[in-house]
Design a binder for this molecule. Structure first.
Ligand SMILES: NC(=O)c1ccc[n+]([C@@H]2O[C@H](COP(=O)([O-])OP(=O)(O)OC[C@H]3O[C@@H](n4cnc5c(N)ncnc54)[C@H](O)[C@@H]3O)[C@@H](O)[C@H]2O)c1
Length: 316
């Protein structure tokens, strides 16, 4: 199955990963993917150690040097968002840009991070501070990779899928109520269609692409202050932001309940953690958003500035 836009093409098929093995290039592969799929042990291989720390300046330099030594001019990124972000940045900067194939292996990467061209590394604790927007030649999605992924990582991806449903809802998304990793192609392709269409309209992220930040203003703050995964944080973030949207008459109670049920069905939290501290969270949000508290609620309202007073009153 192929999903495409003017900027990119995604091919989704079980077993398609075999084609990847025939590509001639520099393979950047996540360490856990390599353990589960040892056939990826290619000659020109750069192993990306699991974890956010791999998106460092030092690791970027090591990857560039290994790529240069290999003499290859095509990069094949096989892994989750960490591998994809690092490989994308290497591909876009080495010799001012070389060919890139994204082969996402987490649900989050299949439906979100491998699409849209954003890449980057961290500058110390500042996430994704250095990066570019550079479209891969192709995104190759093999849902069979999901079979070795932990339940927690599946939930992380599902939170993003539910985000698409919440903002752009289509009936076919009801499959999310009974998500089955052995039968996930519909959900993946629906999400890819949405993301590609949004990116085609606003590749540089100056307008409608902000809709993809729904749940993330509150979510990012929670992720940084509490020990929550990205999926857990944006799950809570979405519900809390929907409550704010309700105060502004942008959403119905019925819709909030529908999204809440969907998140809970997929083992995602919807309430603040017990040790939640509103002041800490608001401070973090102001820091993250450079002082202005901006929210994206839906296709029409994706740049809504709210005051700290309003949030203190309503974010409970
Ligand atoms: N570029 C973008 O548009 C974009 C969007 C969202 C997130 N991101 C970035 O993506 C990153 C998070 O990505 P992620 O959630 O995919 O995490 P990840 O890449 O860290 O992978 C999560 C874990 O799963 C393991 N793993 C990956 N594939 C596996 C498989 N098939 N089987 C078993 N284990 C596997 C990895 O080793 C890792 O431990 C963050 O750095 C975030 O900033 C980027």
């Amino acid at each position: 199955m192929i999903v495409s836009s003017k900027l990119s093409e995604v091919e989704i098929d079980k077993g398609i990963f075999k084609q990847v093995l025939d590509l001639d290039g520099f393979f950047m592969v996540d360490e856990n993917v390599l353990k589960n799929f040892p056939e990826l042990s290619k000659k020109n291989l750069f192993v990306v150690i699991s974890g956010e720390e791999s998106k460092s300046l030092e690791n970027y330099k090591s990857a560039l040097e290994a790529l240069d030594k290999s003499g290859k001019k095509t990069i094949i990124a096989v892994g989750g968002g960490v591998t994809g972000d690092l490989a994308g940045f290497v591909a876009s900067t080495y010799k001012r840009g070389v060919e890139l194939f994204q082969v996402p292996t987490t649900l989050l990467a299949m439906i979100d991070s491998s699409l849209g061209g954003k890449n980057g590394i961290n500058l110390g604790s500042k996430k994704n501070y250095v990066g570019t927007i550079y479209q891969p030649k192709k995104i190759i999605v093999d849902p069979n990779f999901l079979k070795t992924l932990s339940k927690k990582e599946i939930s992380n991806g599902l939170a993003e899928a539910i985000k698409y449903f919440s903002v752009f809802g289509e009936p076919s998304f009801f499959e999310l109520f009974n998500f089955d990793i052995n039968n996930s192609q519909n959900v993946i392709s629906n999400c890819c269609k949405i993301k590609l269409a949004i990116v085609e309209e606003d590749e540089r992220d100056i307008g409608i692409r902000h809709t993809l930040n729904f749940g993330h203003t509150v979510g990012h703050a929670l992720e940084r202050v509490y020990n929550l995964s990205h999926g857990e944080a944006i799950s809570i973030g979405m519900i809390k932001e929907l409550v704010l949207a309700k105060k502004l008459n942008l959403v119905t109670e019925e819709k909030i309940n529908q999204i809440k049920k969907l998140l809970e069905k997929n083992s995602l939290p919807t309430e603040f953690p017990p040790n939640f501290n509103l002041k800490n969270c608001l401070d973090m949000m102001e820091l993250d958003k450079k002082g202005s508290l901006v929210f994206s609620f839906d296709k029409k309202n994706f740049n809504v500035k709210l005051t700290r007073d309003f949030l203190e009153e309503n974010l409970k």
